[in-house]
Design a protein around this ligand. Structure first.
Ligand code: GLY
Ligand code: MN
Length: 463
């Protein structure tokens, strides 16, 4: 945990942002895998981690704004529990780590929230995403389970987004420290990506590095020679000599801050000419985006800049044609780059996505586009100092999409379908870095994982 005052200050700050009512923050509980006592690896709720920090199940916290009470709810472990689990700290000890002086048994939560509901007081909660917590909120508030998610407090969500978007020094330090684990995961994948190795072996090894480094992976590893499938979790392929291996993987720091990087590496000892050409365009887009990111600039503009670099690059090798500004405005580049440039990063790999991207990535000024490609951009609003975000442009050749567009003759004036056909089996390349928005620009967190053609070839040359 961070020092006690970090959590005390955050709760105070949250309290002042809301006018009245009770803020209810539920922790997570163990979730069963295949029978009740065989559970998934425990993951605490990120809002609970942010405001209370305690990485254990069976807890809930409230901030009663009207009565200025901060209460932690939970039960001490029994001797029976301790026989199976080993020595456990008491609820009072746990509460003191997060600077809460009032501790009540878990069941008291029903009494306190029940009374508040009777008095017609506002109960603020964020949209729950686990079935158990949906049911619990329903029992606590009387809201029917199928109405719970939509009954969240927009004021609370907006306040949490405002606070969690700007990373504090302690958070930046924690994230930066953990970047060395991400570095090791990705450089190891580059080194072991040889003909005959399987995606599954590489996935297992890099997950192991994440766990050895302090935490589980921050999302299921994407490790595939079919990189054109954006979130490819199939790991059954054996690597072949001229394949490109796309690895999109991240690790959670001991305090659950996520890393999220993508590198795309030749399985052979070097890139082929085609691979080099496409790779360099993606790298140019990544560099241009990082150089353009700074406070005040809408990330949507940075996304469109990356899209223009991609489209210009594709034009230079004959895959696109015509006026590139118009092509990007109309969305023709999305045949090759159908996703967004990046997202917020923090306690969640898509930070705060449980609150909805509408509040995290967009605001009254900048709303989500409905255009294919641009609609997948998770973060469009103006950047601010202290944001930590990903920059992840890519170029993909997705046979089903190419066929669908060709059938409609879509953007024939901008896409050279004859040439695209030659790349049908190419796969995909994505290059993703994690950056911090600084006073006047942006910087990559941690040492940059090898990314230039020369750097990557130097690593894989040693295979
Ligand atoms: N790294 C996975 C994603 O950003 O969706
Ligand atoms: Mn990402």
């Amino acid at each position: 945990m961070f020092k006690q005052e970090v959590y005390v200050n955050r709760r105070k700050s949250l309290q002042t942002k809301l006018q009245n009512g009770i803020i209810l923050i539920l922790g997570n509980n163990d979730s069963s895998m295949n029978y009740p006592s065989n559970t998934y690896h425990f993951r605490q709720d990120s809002t609970f981690l942010y405001f209370f920090g305690i990485d254990l199940q069976g807890l809930a916290g409230i901030i009663d704004i009207d009565n200025d009470r901060h209460i932690l709810f939970g039960d001490d472990y029994t001797l029976d529990d301790i026989i199976w689990m080993g020595p456990q700290s008491s609820m009072l000890e746990k509460a003191s780590l997060t600077g809460v002086s009032e501790v009540l048994p878990y069941n008291e939560l029903f009494k306190i929230i029940g009374e508040a509901v009777k008095q017609g007081r506002k109960i603020h909660f964020t949209p729950p995403y686990r079935g158990e917590n949906i049911i619990l909120i329903s029992e606590l508030t009387g809201i029917s389970p199928n109405k719970v998610r939509e009954s969240f407090s927009e004021d609370l969500v907006r306040a949490c987004v405002e606070m969690r978007s700007i990373k504090e020094e302690v958070e930046i330090d924690e994230m930066e420290r953990h970047m060395s684990v991400a570095y090791k995961m990705h450089t190891t994948a580059m080194k072991i990506a040889r003909p005959g190795t399987t995606e599954q072996e590489i996935t297992g090894i890099i997950e192991g590095i994440s766990i050895s480094g302090g935490g589980m992976v921050s999302f299921p590893v994407i490790c595939s020679v079919r990189g054109e499938t954006l979130h490819n979790h199939y790991h059954g392929n054996k690597l072949k000599r001229y394949d490109l291996l796309l690895v999109d993987a991240g690790s959670e720091s001991p305090l659950h801050y996520a890393t999220d990087h993508t590198r795309t590496t030749p399985v052979a000892k070097g890139f082929t000419q085609h691979q080099k050409e496409i790779y360099q365009i993606v790298l140019n887009a990544n560099n241009a985006a990082i150089n353009a990111a700074k406070p005040g600039v809408p990330y949507k503009e940075v996304h469109l800049l990356a899209a223009s670099v991609i489209a210009e690059g594709l034009k230079s090798i004959g895959l696109m044609k015509g006026d590139i500004e118009t092509a990007v405005n109309e969305g023709a580049h999305a045949l090759f780059f159908p996703h967004g440039l990046g997202h917020m990063l923090g306690l969640d790999v898509h930070d705060m996505e449980d609150y909805s991207e509408k509040f995290v990535g967009y605001d009254n000024e900048i709303q989500r586009s409905t255009q294919f490609g641009l609609k997948s951009l998770r973060l469009g609003r103006r950047l601010q100092k202290g944001f930590v975000i990903t920059v992840e442009p890519g170029i993909y050749f997705i046979p089903a999409l190419i066929d669908a567009w060709l059938k409609e003759k879509k953007f024939e004036n901008f896409i050279n379908y004859k040439k695209v056909e030659l790349f049908r089996d190419f796969g995909g390349i994505r290059l993703e870095d994690d950056i911090l928005i600084t006073e006047s620009g942006a910087r990559i967190l941690g040492d940059r994982i090898p990314i230039t053609i020369e750097e990557v070839e130097a690593i894989i040359g040693k295979k």
